[in-house]
Design a binder for this molecule. Sequence first.
Ligand SMILES: Cc1cc2nc3c(=O)[nH]c(=O)nc-3n(C[C@H](O)[C@H](O)[C@H](O)COP(=O)(O)OP(=O)(O)OC[C@H]3O[C@@H](n4cnc5c(N)ncnc54)[C@H](O)[C@@H]3O)c2cc1C
Length: 492
Amino acid sequence: MNNKVLIIGSGIAGLSAALRLAKRGYQVEIVEKNSKAGGRLNQLKKDGFTFDLGPSFFSMTYEFEEFARDCNIEMPFRFIELDPLYSVHFNGNPKTYRLYKDIHKLAEQFKEEEPDFEAKMEKYLKKCAQLFDDTVDVVIKSNFDSIFDYLMHLIKVNPAHLPVLFRNFYQQVELHFSSKEVRQILSLVAFFLGRTPFDTMAIYTLLSHTEFRHNGYYNVEGGMYAIVEGLLRELKKENVQINYNTEIISYKENKGKLEHFIDNRGQSWKADLFLVNGDAAVFRGKVLDRKQFSTKKLDKMSWTMGYLTFYLGVKTKLPQVDHHNYYLGSNFEDYARKVQQDPGTLQKPYYYVNVVSKYNRECAPEGCESLFFVCPVPNLLQKPDWSDKDRIVDSIIEDFSGRIGQDIKPDIVSKTVFTPSDWEKQFHLHRGTGLGLSHKMLQIGAFRPSNVDEKFKNVFYAGASTVPGAGLPMGIISSKLAVERMLNFKAE
Ligand SMILES: Cc1cc2nc3c(=O)[nH]c(=O)nc-3n(C[C@H](O)[C@H](O)[C@H](O)COP(=O)(O)OP(=O)(O)OC[C@H]3O[C@@H](n4cnc5c(N)ncnc54)[C@H](O)[C@@H]3O)c2cc1C
């Protein structure tokens, strides 16, 4: 047995792969460039406040349950179901739209805007469910050995879905609903894939099925970092060591196999098998010197948007603000269409606010709240200069204060801002793109950077820019697919 595995990176995909392998008897060790585990699934503790750094909710809990079964462990953290899933506010409209999973209750929210909402929604969700059932296992949960193999799988997909391939997400929603409010709200989920509803394929309306029917959205008791803490506890029981502040920068090969990686201090890291959890495209280019992943080539690929995130501790309570909220401008369509090309549209942003202290009291001192803001913005390819970050952040705080009818500016006692430049530096994300490679047709399935290295037979990949894609549940699936490959590896 090729017993020793080195994992580069401690994101959700790296940690979950580590546990799957350790439970199968492998001797696993992890190296991580940062001083804390979790990658983008991280936590910021500052001035007595605790914030989720990136992910603030997730779907497909059954993938985590399958993972726990695979590792023969109790779930190491507790899910909290979100209902309503989130709230949406439009500029100039005093109404709060709460997105309930119960369609009858949801229809009440839209009785003025879309009078036959319930029937239309049932029809829309039926189509989304068909897309989900016919494609998810084929495209997301399988390893493909070649593009031909992938196309053979795709051929099995029901041809009734073909017209969907020629529409974008927004167009598919438009076919079912007539009001601006419903169209914009239902297409918000496209932003979770790191693009806008206008450049995300209609096939991803299957996510509406995941949101409203199949599973919903969930939080974790104690904040999202409890996922990482739970995984770390399990890894400790298996004696998996994590070496922090250790960045892999180079390698040595021997007869078609990778012999060892070399870190920033010149230390060598030997193993029989290697699993890369750092971005699969960036790592190939920057560490393995692959020409097809040079910076120039990477820039030509299609990447997700950047995120401007900021974390505010305020010494006031905000009972009028829900847990998960979207604040949309009056220029949704114009903004979504231009946000990547025209950084000037930032004056009228769309943003998300999460009040993590609402259900996790320990995240803020008595009488205070922890607020996490996320604003999708152009990545560094489109907007390399973020020296105007304070002006943009101030304008969002001003807008938020107006929307909630309470000026929070005098109550801010803690403030941290992360621009796409910070995200790039912290986690080696190409041009500060929040979710890595985008999920367009020619960058999914066998077209995505593979989870098996092209040159070194003993190097594998798990994480957002390899298969199947971005998001926490995809990270869990990615670790499963990579481990499947590693178990099949045969040394010569
Ligand atoms: C602002 C934001 C909000 C998000 N919100 C959500 C959400 O609500 N729900 C959801 O499901 N998803 C969300 N996501 C997406 C989600 O965070 C990611 O898809 C997921 O965490 C990626 O995990 P990963 O294991 O692929 O990689 P990462 O988390 O990026 O981990 C990779 C690790 O590898 C390390 N590394 C990289 N290169 C090296 C090297 N050379 N040497 C050593 N270590 C290295 C990095 O430091 C990092 O720790 C969000 C992302 C962002 C940025």
